[in-house]
Design a protein around this ligand. Structure first.
Ligand code: SF4
Ligand code: SF4
Length: 341
């Protein structure tokens, strides 16, 4: 595992960060053991959010007695001043701490949302105020549109960005990461497995590890998973392996979906999940979580081909800022059922 200087913050952070989003789904003892084991093994970056059910409380109850051992990052997805302030205060209580190292304005994907958060009466003002009072050390932003994030950081109001970077979503490398490097910001990549879709796991974790990022947030819920993630980062990535992983990402990212979630489907088809898993599914097959997704959504996915209102023109496609062929990809996904049963 590597430790690097985290932008201008002065902290040295571990390359593997503990993503605590899924902890509420497992028994408390298991979650607590995973968090404590991670700290024992040198992971010093813990990532959560006010919106992740009781994840903040689990962290507070499990490791707040070891507070000096980790850099604590949480998020608010409120956009206005009053609700963001209230939520940040609640996070401090739930995390059982008197300081949050990094408060991120969470899941900002449209210009409208960004403007709301940055307005006179926006969430950013609440974060700034809490920073001035010493409750927050640094302010960051998270989102799914690397192209927009690259523009939004230019005024240097943020010290960190949390973005997707995985074998099926290599898009942050185009503009966002170089811009963050220029501005000396903390670079945090999330979802190395794209929410449980990408395999092989080892390659999936080593791909962001091969790139210019400080921390890779991996969602973990057990000691076993922490061990597996640490093992994948035991050795540094050499040039030959990096080139191989980049070529693979080029292929698996051909779908071009950024998961901006601008699209919707009247049948309820989860278009971004299908787009992003498309090449992985046909190249390697999916992890059990991905298989479960396809099994649960079988009827919906198969119904796309006959959905009459989309006959002449797919309803979803005009919503996509990247003009992607979503109907074709969803229809191709039906091949999954021919090969999986
Ligand atoms: S083309 Fe398929 S995925 Fe797109 S809106 Fe219609 S039914 Fe949904
Ligand atoms: S298909 Fe297009 S609109 Fe939908 S999430 Fe992907 S990039 Fe966004």
């Amino acid at each position: 595992m590597r430790y690097t200087l985290f932008g201008k913050t002065g902290y040295r952070v571990s390359s593997l960060g503990f993503g605590a989003m899924n902890l509420p789904g497992v028994p408390f003892e298991q979650a607590s053991a995973a968090l404590n084991y991670a700290l024992d093994e040198g992971i010093n970056y813990i990532d959560t959010a006010a919106a992740y059910r009781n994840s903040e409380e689990i962290i507070g109850d499990s490791i707040s007695h070891r507070r000096s051992e980790y850099f604590l990052a949480t998020k608010t997805n409120k956009r206005d001043y009053a609700s963001a302030k209230e939520e940040i205060e609640r996070s401090l209580t739930r995390l059982k701490t008197d300081r949050i190292d990094l408060l991120q304005i969470h899941y900002v994907n449209t210009v409208q949302e960004f403007k709301a958060a940055m307005s006179e009466d926006g969430a950013y003002k609440a974060a700034l105020e809490m920073k001035e009072k010493g409750y927050i050390r640094h302010i960051g932003i998270t989102g799914h549109r690397p192209d927009l994030l690259a523009k939004w950081i230019r005024k240097e109001q943020f010290e960190q960005v949390l973005f997707h970077l995985n074998l099926a979503q290599p898009f942050a490398l185009d503009e966002l990461i170089p811009e963050m490097t220029r501005l000396n910001m903390g670079k945090v990549a999330m979802k190395p497995l794209s929410g449980g879709f990408i395999q092989p796991v080892d390659k999936a974790i080593r791909y962001p590890y091969s790139q210019d990022v400080n921390v890779i947030i991996s969602g973990m819920v057990s000691v076993e998973e922490v061990r597996e993630n640490i093992a994948a980062m035991r050795l540094e990535v050499g040039d030959a392996e990096r080139s191989e992983l980049e070529a693979l990402a080029h292929k698996l990212g051909e779908h071009n979906c950024r998961r901006c979630n601008y699209c919707s489907c009247p049948v309820g088809i989860a278009i971004p999940d299908i787009m992003i898993s498309s090449q992985v599914r046909s190249t390697f097959g999916l992890l059990p979580k991905g298989d479960g997704f396809y099994q649960r959504n079988k009827e919906k996915i198969l119904s796309c081909a006959d959905h009459e209102p989309c006959g002449e023109k797919p309803i979803c496609e005009p919503m996509c800022p990247y003009e992607l062929p979503m109907r074709r990809v969803v229809m191709e996904a039906s091949s999954y059922y021919a090969t999986s049963s």
